[in-house]
Design a protein around this ligand. Structure first.
Ligand code: HEM
Length: 451
């Protein structure tokens, strides 16, 4: 009777069972993209899988309307899953990315104005300085791993836009090293939850928490320095220091402020560095697109680096969007249902984990013609806003750094292709789907334009 009740109350999407389920659970750890795409081919745009040994129910979806239902229409019924809030939270603390509910909303309201287009426009000159410095060595060392370069560059850009010149190079390097090490540990824990147990036994978790404390101490020291100097720099740190909660008119506590800054570091550099690697790879494989890009740069003339030109729709931004369609750094977005819920024919119980498979949505033939080809012109379409396209998420938890990242990437692409080209030695990029979709290297040669 009990069994009958359990199976009849909810109408889950097609279930993945038997050997395919075993294959999914084991192989899915190593190559989730291959497994999830394969399951969608078998079961349709939404499927259900029960991880029996952990008693967890999962629904995966690459259906546009389902994704919009979870992220927009009924977002109130969903929290970030434990994967993010607990696993990441124990290292990063309580910042926008890991927080939920009322606490999250309070913080989001406070921080959002700092990321408006108008505020971001102030950051162009800081970004330009970092980009020029990173490109300096090209003439002497044309053979390069662009993935490494973009990693360091995106990190330095977040560091300088947050802290201006209050942070010296050695601190930026130390912070970068610690954050990368912490990220490597939590990436393993998120993908392979049993690592948490192994890590506990070997003391890895304790050591990693110590490292993240060290990174917070560095951030706190920069904060103290700014307060002592009394200077105003109009950067993100000033914005975070001066902003006040609507109800109490009080500022953020130092602890909260430091947590938010650490989160901005983590959320703001890894995704951008990966997106840039995919963008440059696609340009290197598509000479026609490179030609059109260079033509746009020439035609925009002196205006190419003005904030107005950087932020408007352009061929450069089309290239970036198309590369992020094919290789979405946020390849999946996860949520957990707070209460039983239903959408169209499906229903599911409270606690169900929902994995919105953005990588699948972006190549779903139901929404895209020739889905595997790189065609930046698609984004010229007047209807582009309604595409099945969510590289920055959607709804109230939409990426707060979307304008920041787009402006930064347009600036980097234009600064580079104004003077150089890139010949990739790799004909394919190795892809690793960890917390974000990453590549491991992008080796090639930089060629200076003929004058
Ligand atoms: C190409 C670059 C980027 C991509 C693809 C990206 C993608 C995303 C996605 C998909 C989400 C939503 C996650 C979810 O709903 O579970 C998100 C959230 C977030 N992103 Fe980004 N992001 C990028 C750059 C940045 C930058 C540059 C910053 C900050 C400087 C940033 C800060 C954040 C924060 C704080 C959140 C959490 C927002 C909230 O929950 O209120 N991101 N990002």
């Amino acid at each position: 009777m009990e069994i009958f009740y359990m199976t009849s109350k909810f109408n889950y999407p097609t279930e993945i069972k038997g050997t395919r389920k075993l294959y999914s659970l084991f192989r899915g750890v190593k190559d989730p993209l291959e497994v999830i795409s394969g399951n969608h081919k078998i079961a349709g745009d939404s499927y259900y899988i029960k991880a029996s040994f952990t008693n967890k129910n999962f629904i995966f979806s690459q259906d546009k309307e389902f994704i919009e239902y979870i992220l927009k229409q009924n977002h109130k019924n969903y929290f970030k899953s434990e994967i993010q809030s607990v696993t990441l939270g124990k290292y990063l603390g309580n910042g926008l990315l890991t927080n939920n509910g009322k606490d999250w909303l309070k913080q989001r309201r406070l921080i959002q104005p700092g990321f408006s287009k108008a505020k971001i426009a102030n950051l162009v000159s800081i970004m330009e300085e970092e980009i020029d410095a990173a490109f300096q060595s090209f003439d002497k060392e044309p053979e390069i791993d662009l993935y490494d370069l973009f990693h360091t560059l995106a990190f330095n850009i977040v560091a300088k836009t947050l802290f201006s010149s209050d942070i010296d190079e050695s601190k930026v390097k130390e912070l970068g090293k610690i954050i990368t090490e912490v990220q490597e540990v939590f990436a393993k824990e998120v993908r392979l939850p049993f690592y948490t147990q192994i890590f506990k036994i070997f003391g890895v978790i304790g050591k990693t928490i110590e490292k993240s404390k060290r990174s917070k101490a560095i951030i706190q020291s920069v904060l103290d320095k700014r307060r002592d100097s009394g200077e105003e720099k109009n950067d993100l740190l000033d914005m975070l220091i001066h902003t006040r909660y609507e109800d109490t008119q009080l500022p953020m506590s130092d602890e909260q402020l430091v947590d938010e800054m650490l989160i901005l570091f983590i959320a703001g550099h890894e995704t951008t560095a990966n997106a840039l690697s995919f963008i440059f790879f696609e340009i290197s494989q598509n000479p026609e697109a490179e030609k059109k890009l260079k033509l746009e740069i020439e035609e925009e003339g002196e205006n190419i680096f003005t904030t107005e030109s950087l932020m408007k729709k352009s061929y450069t931004s089309n290239i970036i969007k198309e590369a992020m369609r094919l290789h979405s750094p946020a390849w999946a977005i996860d949520r957990q249902a707070l209460e039983d819920d239903s959408f169209k024919d499906y229903s599911w119980k409270k606690g169900t984990l929902i994995i919105l498979y953005i990588a699948g949505l972006h190549r779903n033939p139901k929404y895209w013609n020739d889905p595997n080809s790189f065609i930046p012109e698609r984004f010229d379409d007047e209807n582009a806003k309604n595409f099945a396209y969510y590289p920055f998420g959607a709804g109230p938890r939409l990426c707060i750094g979307e304008h920041f990242a787009m402006m930064e990437m347009v600036l980097i692409v234009r600064k580079f292709y104004k003077n150089y080209s890139f010949v990739s030695y790799q004909k394919e990029l190795e892809k690793k789907a960890l917390v974000t979709l990453r590549t491991t290297s992008l080796n090639g040669k930089i060629i200076k334009n003929l004058a």
